[in-house]
Design a protein around this ligand. Structure first.
Ligand code: URA
Length: 304
């Protein structure tokens, strides 16, 4: 194996010893690694499983960042604590006023946008991100956390993954405005570098979960689509599965509401085999059936 790959493996082993269970790997870095690693002989399905286990938010730092991280491995070691955001207070208790959905949602939005803990974790000039959409929606799409585009606009799923999500919603015969879209987390998880994303820690997910619960309580959707492994863990609990494939496409429950775990759009953006697209589309067909949406023959045959 090339020296730099050995250095990378050593660094990963060191991080694992320190208790780090996830590291951020950008698309650019993955491309760089692919160039240096001989073609894997694992089955396509295994490879897809491994890729899907990389959290959706793990993307977009560039290869230089990875090189910097490798170089930094010679510097004094920083462990998990450096990537986490420090100790968070107890998750908030959300009390909503009486009133109609719009009034309750507005009140909740104000609470979240004014949340001191959320704001403390947002970089200057960036925004806390709250859910958006139809308050009478049957379908609630739940992602994990805002990324770079979302924290600028203050709206979930507006970057490349969001554009794909909007297309997926369109393929279901709906518009973005007809559904509700939210994230478990309301701020973009901080990174030691200004670029790149990392998945939220369990503590961060737990802190923001009451805000998500409150949105679900206001909207009262017929069903929730959990986008990716992190959103699914947030909704179903940290130990609910080991690999998303164990629960993908199976109906579960959150607060008594059916939840369907499926792939995150950013996974699909980067792993767009026809088989994976079909597997994802089959989940959306299940969602359409459960929501009582009409399904044409053409829609049934997408990606076949
Ligand atoms: N990924 C998510 O999970 N949520 C967003 O809002 C954007 C990307």
């Amino acid at each position: 194996m090339k020296a730099e790959l050995l250095a990378l493996v050593d660094e990963l082993k060191r991080l694992r010893k320190e208790g780090v269970t996830r590291v951020s790997v950008s698309d650019a870095s993955i491309q760089e690694l692919k160039k240096r690693v001989p073609a894997p002989s694992v089955a396509a399905s295994t490879r897809a499983e491994v890729l899907e286990s990389i959290p959706a938010q793990v993307r977009s730092a560039n290869a230089a960042d990875l090189d910097k991280a490798l170089a930094a491995s010679n510097a004094p070691k920083v462990g998990k604590a450096a990537l986490a955001t420090g100790k968070l207070p107890k998750p908030p208790v959300v009390a909503l006023p009486e009133g109609d959905k719009a009034a309750r949602w507005e009140a909740l939005r104000e609470i979240v946008l004014g949340c001191p803990v959320c704001n403390e974790h947002v970089k200057p000039g960036k925004k806390v991100v709250f859910g958006i959409g139809n308050l009478d929606a049957d379908i609630f799409f739940c992602g994990e956390a805002p990324g770079a585009d979302e924290e600028v606009k203050g709206e979930p799923f507006v970057g490349p993954a969001g554009q794909l999500l909007t297309k997926m919603i369109g393929a279901m015969g709906l518009s973005r405005e007809e559904v509700y879209i939210g994230n478990i987390m309301n701020w973009r998880p901080e990174m030691p570098t200004s670029r790149g994303n990392r998945p939220p820690t369990e503590e961060e997910l737990n802190f923001c979960l009451p805000y998500l619960k409150a949105q679900v309580a206001v909207v009262q959707p017929k069903l929730i689509v959990a986008l990716g492994a992190t959103a699914t863990k947030g909704l179903l609990g940290p130990n609910s599965f080991r690999s998303l494939r164990q629960v993908k496409g199976q109906w579960k429950e959150f607060e008594g509401i059916p939840v369907l775990p499926t792939y995150h759009p950013s996974y699909l953006l980067h792993n767009s085999s026809k088989r994976e697209k079909r597997a994802s589309w089959e989940d959306l067909l299940k969602v359409m059936e459960k929501a009582g949406l009409p399904i044409s023959e053409k829609q049934r045959r997408y990606f076949l």
